[in-house]
Each structure stands twice: as structure tokens, then as C-alpha cells.
Design a protein around this ligand. Structure first.
Ligand SMILES: [Zn+2]
Length: 797
């Protein structure tokens, strides 16, 4: 030991008491770690959504009243084009009428620029209504979508949002009118490519009047509603959020990160149209997302309440402000504290703060060097030790994860998102991170003084602070405040005489100084786990290690006398959590697995099959799939390019095939122009029009498909997916140089053939989201040779 090292305890001379005193010396470090863990859990728990509200005056938001709306919406799965979808549309319309509003249904064809090789289009039916303002500057647009994914009852996605917006309108109507108009927009066709939102932006006259958009979504069935996305130049939006909302959950890092993700909501459409606004969603319980678990029973009503708190407060806030005036283009850095208040400042302020913090950091290190408590090589070792811990802990967690995934089989339930079981694994992995980090510090402590180890770790905060300003300015708060606070302990250490500040005292001070870091970073670690799921858990290891970097003095206290106590205790606790997780049932009603079974009829051959994308039949699909069923490509769905499906021959149901009617056929300048009407004779919810001919120009119900630079408008092997086709069919005008025109038309309805008896699934199995399950598909091929209906003057053929 050097004479600069801290003294653990003062002179115990009696050997009999030695052990006891050594144990007591461990206690402050242990208690400080427990306190830190408690603070971390408190900061995560404090983000729980607000309590439900029942008996409130008519002018306030009540989740109980919103729940009544939702009860009528989340009855059956209601994807666009299904009969249940029409019922939900009519219900929302009727409720708006009851409120004394004059709703409209904007029914129109919406066409989306392609994603991959498929074009998307639909007949959408947006529901719009307006609350007139007294002196409108520009309107506040409140948006949620009322269509649901095929198996989802849409309680959370996005019925809760629709219900909270209806309740918000009701509450607004109960009070004096606002200055600005408030437009309610229930979009259609969100799940199939944001088509309703596109139709509103492009075709509805009210779109140009919008001053601010508030969009509400869900990607799970509980958790706080998070304001996770803003448009650029968000300073004024954040001002309103901070001023009006009592329970804000938001931070600028998530907005920065979300920009990099491919996820889309209707908000993307409004943003691309140049509108300004905020986007909200609750995302916990992702297992319910787009599945039959998204129902009333699983919904946490508090999340509904949280949506409503934002919607009503912000409708009032934005509804009373001047939305037509110029707004500053400032970007804000912002974060909530315990979900109760929003701290926010401009990026310029953030930069000044960071420069100050950087200068103080350098100053503290210089102070330590001057006092002889720090050395340059010691600082390098301190920096390196945290790096080694990050790498070591990441490798350890990845190894354990990989081993569990490989050998524990379905028990690990890893694919099911942020379930209870996965939360146990998460705690286990966090404890393994503690163990790995403690091991590195125990080892390196022999070589490096504690002052160097602890302050060297803080250099990571400085480094990441600089990096954040380059890549994620919105995340700078996560590093600046924790670093600034942590430095206080070291200013004391390097300015007070050594005998004034024992290690125990320094430990307690540094624990208090670590609190801002724990309060800010812990909820983000949990949100990362919720957002990315258990398979990417190694992502949480680095932030956990970084947090531990604030607590190295506590490590010192715990390891000075019992070097392996902390690593051993953390490992033991980690093993306990992982074992308990392994003991959970693999599948249950709350954590079911998905399977796929659908019926396909080829109307050309009259042959039908039961099909499934699974590797083998399970206890439920085996009612139609035999043990020796084999997999083969499904030629009825040619766009799947040879993907393998189990296929069991089935009786052909007497169902009408999709139809094509040629309305007009001409040739002009060697280009054929053919006018078709494509329809589903059985009024199925979806039409897939797959072309084996290159098409140079195309329009759908009069809307031109967008031209592409290096490819034809509609290439060979590409398709148009049309949802909710009108009964009379979809009108296509196609131009092609090839002859004949070869297309395959496939329709899909969201149920099994009516005459087939299908057993109910066991409660631990649900239809797999994003599959073809539980549908009836009919395919028919068409080869259309040139048959002039009318011949124009200069036809050549
Ligand atoms: Zn949604």
C-alpha cells in the first residue's frame, strides 16, 4: 500500500475482534450498493402509468369512461376489409354524432409508394370530426388508427388511443371552446402501410390547416405512454409538453435513436408532409403486439389513462396557443424525473453545460495529480479497467445467453419479449455484469490505487459525453449530469486533508453523488430491454457497467477484506434468478407460442391444401396436417419465392374465385393499354395482384402509380396488394409492351372456410402474428391476349 491509500478502519489491536471489525467495514459498502439498487428500482418503478380515474367532473379525462368506448371497439379482430372493421367504423361515427359533432368518413383510394417488391393500396375510410375554435390560428390534429392487425382485437393497438381521444373530445366539449380548432382523425389502414394517414395528408382539405399533430400508438398492452418521437425543431413542442402535462415520460435520447430505426407509425406520414408534432406510445408487454393477446382483459387501464392525460392537456395547451406564428427552430434536450416533471433546455445550453463539465473533470484530475493521489499511468489503468469490465461482462452475458438458448430449449422462452420470465433473466444478466465488473476491479486493485481506478472510470463519461454531442446530442444529459455530480466526491477527496475523509465517508458521499446517474440511466436500461427484447440483452451490459463505474469506492469497501465476496455473491444471486426463470413454464396463456394454419384453393386446378409455415405439425395443426406431411413451395403465393410450407391435400370448398373483367383493350404506338376490373367474387378483405408481365405505366382507381428511375413502374414478379377492395372491384389501367398480360390474382379472407369445423386452440397457442394463419386464400391465373374492345384510329398489332 502506498501512504496515499485510504485507511479502511482505525487501529484495531485485539485479534479476537479483527474478523468482526473486518465484517463491519464491509457493511457501509454493502448498504451503499443496496441503496443504489433500490434507487435504480425506484426510478424504474416510478415510470408506471398514472392511476386510473373514475369519478371526475365532466370536463376532466376519465379512463373509466374511455374504457366504455373501448369495450365496444375491442370486441373482435378488425383488420381493414373485415366485417368487424365496418362495425368499429360505425360505432366511432355514431359516438361522434352523439357528442353533437358532424363527423365525416373520408372514403378514398390510397396508394403507397412501394416497400420492396410490393405496392400497397386500399380503399380507406378515415373518420374525421372537428371541434370548432373561437379564433382559430391553426388546428390541433389528434390521431389514432382504428384498424387492427388480423388477429388483434385492437384493445391497445390502437383502440385505447381511439377511446382516449373520444373521451378527450367529450371532455373538451364539456368545457368552453378553445381558441384553435381541434380535428379528430381516426385513420384507417395503418397496419397495412399507413395508408389512411397518407390519404388524409394528400387528399383531405383539412390537412393544410393543421398546426400540430399528436399521434397515439401502442406496441404492447401496458407500461407508461412515452412521448418517444418529435418532429425537427422541437423546442416549442417540448415547452408545451413540459408546461401542460402532469405525468410526462420522455427523453431526447429515445427521439435521437428512434430516427435510426425502421419502425413506422402514422406519425411518419405527417412528418414527411412537413407537419409538426409529437408521437406517443406504450410499449411494454410486446408479446401482445399484433396478437390475440391484445384484448381488454390484458390491457392495463392505467396506460389508457396516461394516453388521455397527454391528449387532453396538450389539446388544451396547443388549442390555446398561437399556432400560426413563427416558431423557433431550436432542438431541445429533455428528460423526465421519475415521470413527474420534464427537465428541458436547448442544445446550445447542453453544449455549454458539457464544456463546463469537461473543464471541471480535467480540473479535478489535475488536482488529483498535483496532490500525488493520481498518476497518469494510473488514470490509463482506471480507464482500461472499466473497458475490460464492459468487454468481459458483455462476453459473459452473451455466453450465458447462448448456452441457455442452445441447451435449455423452449424453457428459455427467449422469443417472447419483455415477459415476467425474461425480466428474471434480465436481473440475472445484470447481476452477472456486477460479478464480472467486480472481478476485474478485484484483480486490478492490486496494481492500481482506488483513486486512479475510480476517477479513471469517470473518463468514460467524459469520452461518451463528447461522442454524444457528435452523434446523439439528445443523450448528452445522461452523461453530463451524472459526471458533474460524481465529481463532487472527488473535489472533496482531493481538497480535504486525508484524515478528514475516511474511505467509509467517501463511499457514502460518492453513493449520494452517484444518485443522479442511477436515477437517469436505470430507467433507460430497462426501456432498452423492453424495446429490444431479451435476445439483445448484451446491449444493457455497457450502461450497467458504466453505472457501476460510479460505485467503485463501494467495491473497494466490499473487497478490501474479502476480495471475492462481491463477485461470489453477485454470481450466486445471478444463478438463482436464472434458475427461477428456467423453472417457469415454457408456454402459458400469458406467454403463448404462435402457430400457423391456412387454407389455399387453387381455382385453376380445383385443388386445395391445408398449409403451414411450421417445420412440423403441432398438437393443434395436426387436426388437418398428418404426421408424414411434407414441405414444398406454395405456387399459389408466387411472391414468396419458393418458401417452404407444409401442405396437406384438402377437399375443395365451393368458393368463388377472384375475377378479372376487361373493360377496354387498345394498342397505340406499340404499347398496349388495358383497362381491367379486378374483384374478389366472395368479397374477401385482401387482393394480391401478381404480375408476370412488365408494366410500364399503371393506375389504380384513377391514381397513377409513381414512376421509378431504373425500373418499370410495376416489374415482372412484383405485385399490388389491395386491401378492402370495393364490392364492384378495383379498376386498373395498365400499359405494357408484352403480350399476353399474365397475372395471378389471389384473394384472402380472415377466416377458415365456413363449412369446415376447426377445433379451438389450447390456451397456450395463438395464431402467429404476421402470418397467413386462420385465413382462406384462393388463387387464379389469367393470361389475357390482346382482344380489342374498341379500336382507335392508328392501332397497329
Ligand atoms: Zn398501431
Amino acid at each position: 500500500m502506498t501512504n496515499n491509500d485510504l485507511i479502511v478502519t482505525s487501529g484495531a489491536s485485539l485479534p479476537a475482534f479483527l474478523k468482526w471489525r473486518r465484517l463491519v467495514a464491509v457493511l457501509p459498502g454493502f448498504l451503499a450498493l443496496v441503496f443504489s439498487a433500490f434507487l435504480a428500482l425506484l426510478s424504474i418503478w416510478s415510470l408506471s402509468p398514472p392511476e386510473i380515474v373514475t369519478n371526475v367532473p365532466p370536463g376532466e379525462f376519465s379512463s373509466a369512461r374511455a374504457r366504455d368506448y373501448l369495450k365496444a371497439i375491442a370486441v373482435k379482430p378488425h383488420p381493414i376489409g373485415s366485417p368487424a372493421h365496418a362495425e368499429v367504423r360505425d360505432y366511432i361515427f355514431a359516438e361522434l354524432v352523439k357528442m353533437g359533432l358532424e363527423p365525416q368518413v373520408q372514403q378514398t383510394t390510397a396508394v403507397k409508394t412501394r416497400t420492396g417488391s410490393s405496392l400497397r393500396a386500399a380503399t380507406v375510410q378515415n373518420i374525421v370530426a372537428k371541434l370548432q375554435g373561437t379564433a382559430n390560428t391553426r388546428a390541433v390534429l389528434l390521431v389514432a388508427h382504428y384498424d387492427a392487425a388480423p388477429y388483434s382485437l385492437g384493445a391497445s393497438d390502437d383502440g385505447a388511443a381511439i377511446a382516449s381521444l373520444l373521451e378527450t373530445l367529450r371532455a373538451l366539449k364539456a368545457n368552453a371552446p378553445l381558441k384553435n380548432d381541434v380535428i379528430f382523425l381516426a385513420t384507417d389502414g395503418e397496419e397495412i402501410g399507413l395508408l389512411g394517414a397518407s390519404a388524409f395528408v394528400q387528399q383531405h382539405p383539412w390537412a393544410k390547416d393543421v398546426g400540430v399533430v399528436l399521434n397515439f400508438e401502442a406496441r404492447g398492452d401496458h407500461g407508461p405512454s412515452i412521448m418517444f418521437q418529435t418532429t425537427d425543431g422541437n423546442g416549442w413542442l417540448i415547452d408545451e409538453l413540459a408546461e401542460n402535462v402532469s405525468r410526462p415520460v420522455a427523453n431526447s435520447l429515445s427521439t435521437d435513436i428512434y430516427k435510426l430505426l425502421p419502425n413506422d407509425t402514422d406519425f411518419t406520414v405527417f412528418q414527411q408532409a412537413g407537419m409538426k408534432g409529437l408521437n406517443f406510445a406504450y410499449i411494454e408487454g410486446v408479446g401482445a403486439y399484433h396478437s390475440s393477446l391484445d384484448n381488454m382483459a390484458n390491457l392495463d387501464e392505467r396506460s389508457l389513462q396516461h394516453h388521455g392525460i397527454y391528449a387532453l392537456a396538450l389539446a388544451r395547451g396547443f388549442g390555446s396557443s398561437n399556432l400560426s406564428g413563427p416558431v423557433s427552430r431550436n432542438e431541445a434536450v429533455y428528460f423526465d424525473l421519475f415521470g413527474r416533471t420534464l427537465i428541458h433546455y436547448s442544445r446550445t445550453t447542453a453544449l455549454v453545460l458539457s464544456i463546463l463539465v469537461a473543464l471541471i473533470t480535467v480540473g479535478v484530475i489535475v488536482l488529483g495529480l498535483r496532490r500525488g493521489l493520481l498518476t497518469l499511468s494510473g488514470q490509463a489503468w482506471g480507464f482500461l479497467t472499466l473497458l475490460l469490465s464492459m468487454i468481459g461482462a458483455t462476453l459473459l452475458v452473451m455466453l450465458v445467453y447462448w448456452t441457455l438458448a442452445k441447451f435449455a430449449g423452449p424453457r428459455t422462452s427467449f422469443r417472447q419479449g419483455d415477459t415476467w420470465t425474461n425480466q428474471l433473466y434480465l436481473i440475472g444478466f445484470v447481476l452477472l455484469t456486477v460479478a464480472a465488473t467486480a472481478i476485474f476491479y478485484s484483480l486490478l486493485r492490486k496494481k492500481v490505487s482506488i483513486d486512479n481506478l475510480a476517477t479513471g472510470a469517470l473518463i468514460w463519461f467524459l469520452l461518451l459525453l463528447i461522442v454524444s454531442h457528435i452523434y446523439f446530442p439528445g443523450g448528452s444529459y445522461l452523461l453530463a449530469w451524472p459526471l458533474l455530480s460524481a465529481l463532487i466526491a472527488w473535489i472533496l477527496r482531493f481538497t480535504l486533508p486525508a484524515d478528514k475523509l475516511s474511505l467509509t465517508k467517501l463511499c457514502l458521499i460518492s453513493t449520494v453523488c452517484a444518485a443522479p446517474g442511477i436515477i437517469l440511466i436505470s430507467p433507460l436500461i430497462y426501456s432498452t430491454f423492453v424495446a429490444v427484447g431479451i435476445s439483445q440483452t448484451s446491449l444493457v451490459v455497457v450502461p450497467v457497467t458504466l453505472l457501476l463505474g460510479l460505485l467503485i469506492i463501494n467495491f473497494e469497501l466490499m473487497t478490501t477484506n474479502f476480495r471475492w465476496l462481491l463477485p461470489a455473491a453477485a454470481t450466486l444471486a445471478a444463478v438463482c434468478f436464472i434458475v427461477v426463470a428456467l423453472l417457469q413454464p415454457a408456454y402459458s396463456q400469458r406467454q403463448p407460442r404462435g402457430n400457423e394454419l391456412f387454407y389455399v384453393l387453387n381455382a385453376d386446378t380445383g385443388k386445395a391444401v391445408w398449409a403451414s409455415g411450421a417445420a412440423r405439425p403441432d398438437e393443434w395443426t395436426s387436426q388437418f396436417l398428418s404426421k408424414d406431411v411434407t414441405a414444398a413451395p406454395l405456387n399459389d403465393l408466387p411472391w414468396l419465392k419458393g418458401a417452404q410450407f407444409l401442405q396437406q391435400p384438402a377437399p375443395a370448398a365451393s368458393l368463388a374465385a377472384p375475377e378479372i373483367k376487361v373493360l377496354d383493350d387498345q394498342v397505340q404506338d406499340q404499347t398496349r393499354r388495358i383497362h381491367l376490373r379486378v374483384s374478389s367474387a366472395r368479397e374477401a378483405a385482401m387482393l394480391f395482384i401478381y404480375s408476370d408481365t412488365e408494366i410500364s405505366e399503371a393506375s389504380v382507381n384513377g391514381q397513377q402509380l409513381p414512376k421509378r428511375q431504373d425500373a418499370p413502374v410495376w416489374g415482372k414478379g412484383e405485385m399490388l396488394v389491395y386491401s378492402a377492395p370495393p364490392r364492384e372491384g378495383v379498376e386498373l389501367i395498365l400499359k405494357t409492351k408484352s403480350e399476353p398480360l399474365i397475372v395471378k390474382v389471389v384473394d384472402r379472407s380472415f377466416e377458415f372456410p365456413a363449412n369446415v369445423i376447426v377445433k379451438a386452440r389450447p390456451n397456450y397457442i395463438v395464431p402467429a402474428p404476421n402470418s397467413f394463419s386462420d385465413s382462406t386464400i384462393i388463387s387464379k391465373s389469367f393470361s389475357l391476349p390482346f382482344t380489342p374492345a374498341t379500336v382507335s384510329g392508328n392501332t397497329s398489332h
